[in-house]
Design a protein around this ligand. Structure first.
Ligand SMILES: [Zn+2]
Length: 459
């Protein structure tokens, strides 16, 4: 995965070839989650209509297919309601073989990773970068992860570009403006889309509207990016599971593979949740006090094998709303939309705090509720420790989310933040010398302070 500074513009292409990139793919080690319990039919996903400029036309072209009878005839109406399918049990790795733990870059555990001080990689990875067991070699097969319909196929404009059988690739959509290079997008019956980036080539016959089966070859592993079939990084597949059938950052900043904040807020999901599905049950929201020292990892799923997202620090409190064995799913703030993650409870980690006061976001609407460094202070002085290029943006909490508050002042409430956020008291766009933990303030006008009797289910 390579990404360019948005401020550099076309000059970024130069960077791709000048830089001896410190990480060939999947830099860093952070991850996000939010279990998507609200699965929408493909044809009714309202977010799809917002498609980015570059792919809106293609979406319209295949919309007819998705609105038609293909999904029900091919997968059967019952399949749509099959919890196993909706939970992702039918998804498989898009490359051959198990992922080698001996190759840290090939574990697929790099969803939402970031490099805090690297201007190229200083944001959150939206997928996982994986290689076949045979190695990170161009030409290895890439497969459809599950049954679906090809949403779109993109090819770079390199004169040497062909389909995998050497035939012309000129009929495919040009992808000279995305670092994902040759890429395939597939729509699935559970309403999700999978993206396969950096391919060396598309397999003959793989084009928009074509039905594909789980495990069907869609192309070859490669290292394409922007206009070029062979870029300066190790061949691999950049694999995404997302809510929209488009390439790139949903904020429309013109690059793919990274978001300015935890990717779940932008409609991306850790593919490992679909590759290794789990069961969870909802609970009445309960406050959790973190006792792990110095902090407790937050992961994309209820096991240490799921990707790392952020941490919550000792002494802080979060609100959990679901459990899976000893793990709790907690609400997290995010600038673009609500996210969540999993922490392991139990002795020495986190324990329920029945005395905490919860606040619930209500009435903030689609724009969310800003977190401020102090009551009434300019919210633009809020910025992330690792995304200093975006310090003008702010962290938000969203309707329906709950947090623990421990102080109030003039109608404002103070709440804890995960360690990936820092608040600047100066208002300058400076990267903090140390990441959080931190605290922030939100206006009570969009918060419902819950009575203590509402904290526990059944009371
Ligand atoms: Zn990647």
């Amino acid at each position: 995965m390579v990404k360019c500074l948005r401020s550099v513009g076309n000059a970024c292409l130069l960077l791709l070839f000048l830089a001896s990139l410190p990480c060939l793919f999947g830099c860093g080690g952070r991850s996000s989650a939010s279990q998507d319990k609200t699965l929408k039919p493909v044809a009714d996903n309202p977010a799809d209509a917002k498609g980015s400029k570059g792919t809106a036309k293609q979406f319209t072209a295949t919309r007819t297919l998705l609105d038609g009878t293909w999904l029900s005839s091919h997968l059967g109406a019952a399949t749509k309601r099959n919890p196993a399918v909706e939970k992702g049990a039918s998804f498989r790795w898009p490359v051959d073989g198990s992922i080698s733990e001996s190759n840290p870059s090939a574990t697929g555990n790099d969803y939402s990773t970031y490099e805090p001080n690297d201007p190229i990689f200083g944001e959150y990875h939206t997928g996982i970068d994986i290689c076949p067991a045979a190695g990170c070699l161009a030409g290895q097969p890439a497969y459809a992860s599950a049954d679906g319909v090809v949403q779109s196929v993109f090819a770079v404009s390199d004169p040497a570009q062909t389909l995998c059988d050497g035939s012309p690739a000129s009929s495919l959509s040009d992808n000279g403006n995305s670092n994902l290079g040759n890429a395939v997008i597939i729509a699935h019956a559970n309403g999700k889309f999978t993206v396969y980036g950096h391919l060396d080539c598309a397999w003959p016959g793989i084009s928009a509207g074509v039905q594909v089966s789980r495990g069907e070859r869609i192309g070859n592993v490669g290292h394409s990016c922007f206009h070029y079939r062979q870029c300066q990084f190790m061949p691999h597949v950049h694999f995404e599971v997302k809510d929209r059938g488009v390439l790139g950052d949903p904020t429309g900043k013109g690059y793919s593979g990274y978001t300015p904040d935890l990717p779940d807020g932008y409609g991306y999901h850790d593919p490992r949740i679909y590759l290794f599905p789990f069961s969870a049950k909802s609970i009445s929201p309960i406050a959790l006090k973190i006792v792990a020292s110095p902090n407790l990892p937050v992961r994309t799923g209820p096991d240490t094998s799921y990707a790392f997202l952020t941490s919550v620090a000792s002494g802080q409190e979060s609100v959990a709303f679901a459990t899976s064995e000893s793990w709790y799913q907690i609400y997290l703030p995010n600038v673009s939309g609500p996210t969540s993650g999993w922490v392991q409870g139990g002795s020495g980690r986190a324990s329920p705090d029945l005395g905490a006061t919860q606040i619930e976001v209500t009435g903030a609407g689609g724009s969310g509720l800003l977190i401020h460094p102090s009551p009434g202070a300019d919210a633009k002085s809020v910025h992330w420790d690792q995304t200093f290029l975006n310090c003008g943006a702010a962290v938000k909490i969203w309707d329906g989310q709950r947090f623990v508050t421990f102080a109030s002042q003039n109608g404002w409430y103070q709440l804890f933040l995960p360690v990936n956020y820092s608040l600047s008291s100066s208002g300058d766009c400076e990267e903090p010398t140390e990441p959080g933990p931190s605290v922030g303030w939100s206006s009570g006008a969009s918060l419902n302070v819950l009575p203590h009797t509402a904290r526990l289910g059944g009371r």
